[in-house]
Design a binder for this molecule. Structure first.
Ligand SMILES: Nc1nc2c(ncn2[C@@H]2O[C@H](COP(=O)(O)OP(=O)(O)OP(=O)(O)O)[C@@H](O)[C@H]2O)c(=O)[nH]1
Length: 246
């Protein structure tokens, strides 16, 4: 292979965007079904797993190749909250509830606050005993961890699953919309059993939200480090000499 071709490959690899997404929800809301739908476009009704699973897949988002690392969490009960390791690891969260299960909606509301608290304070590791989730080894805290600026909420998307079961509905669409407005996040009602595009869109939205937060974090870090000088450097540009020297 020519050197130029190899350089091309390297460049491509280094420019590949990556995102780590933790899919969170109460037991049985359809987390695995949604992930499998997203990754394979297929629906698997009965998916039996007793532990967390991690998937890595390259997927195109608006024509750009993105490496999705997705954690399928496994909740044993409604009292469980995501472990500090999971919260620290993830760049973004897909919060799932079922429209047929009011308790799963309440779970999402509670866990959303829990994540915000931990992500912003960066107090990762101090929750021992307060969780029943097992971290996946070797999970490194490659996510935004405590690096998220206190002014930025952790990237989240709210997904209501089992929208095909309207006859058993316990949570109205409006309630989902109100929560999403409060969180300022993308919201959609889907059925893993029926929808391909809508499910994929929800995952894409998590990635886009992560990218937005990354950009905003970079800008605010630059502002903090350089203060007003950052603006000056930017303003000066090429016609530096035309500006007063401080
Ligand atoms: N009708 C309907 N059933 C669904 C849908 N999505 C998932 N299910 C069913 O809901 C049940 C639970 O789905 P899972 O994907 O295992 O849910 P989970 O959240 O991963 O479950 P745990 O890992 O046990 O927490 C299964 O019987 C699925 O077939 C959906 O969109 N519509």
């Amino acid at each position: 292979m020519s050197t130029n071709a190899m350089r091309g490959i390297r460049r491509k690899k280094s420019s590949l965007s990556e995102v780590k997404i933790a899919v969170l929800g109460a037991p049985g809301v359809g987390k695995s079904a949604l992930i499998v739908r997203f990754l394979t476009k297929r629906y698997i009704g009965e998916y039996d797993h007793q532990a967390e699973q991690r998937y890595r897949n390259e997927i195109l988002v608006d024509g750009e190749a993105v490496l999705f690392e997705i954690l399928d969490t496994c909740n044993k009960n409604l009292e469980a909250v995501p472990s500090p390791e999971v919260i620290s690891w993830a760049d973004g969260f897909l919060l799932v509830y079922s429209i047929t299960d009011r308790q799963s909606f309440n779970w999402v509301k509670r866990v959303r606050l829990h994540i915000c608290e931990r992500k912003v304070s960066g107090r990762v590791g101090g929750l021992s005993g307060a969780t029943t989730l097992t971290p996946v080894p070797p999970m490194q805290s490659g996510g935004m961890g405590g690096d998220v600026s206190p002014t930025l909420g952790p990237p989240m998307v709210l997904l209501a699953n089992k929208a095909d079961m309207v006859h058993l509905r316990q949570v109205s669409t409006e309630e989902g919309e109100i929560l999403a407005k409060d969180v300022e996040c993308y919201f959609s009602e889907v059925a893993a059993s029926e929808h391909v595009v809508q499910v994929a869109t929800a995952f894409h939205e998590v990635f886009k939200e992560v990218q937005n937060v990354r950009k905003r974090s970079k800008t605010s870090l630059l502002d903090r480090v350089l203060g007003s000088k950052a603006t000056k450097i930017y303003v000066r540009g090429k016609s530096d000499s035309a500006l007063p020297k401080d």
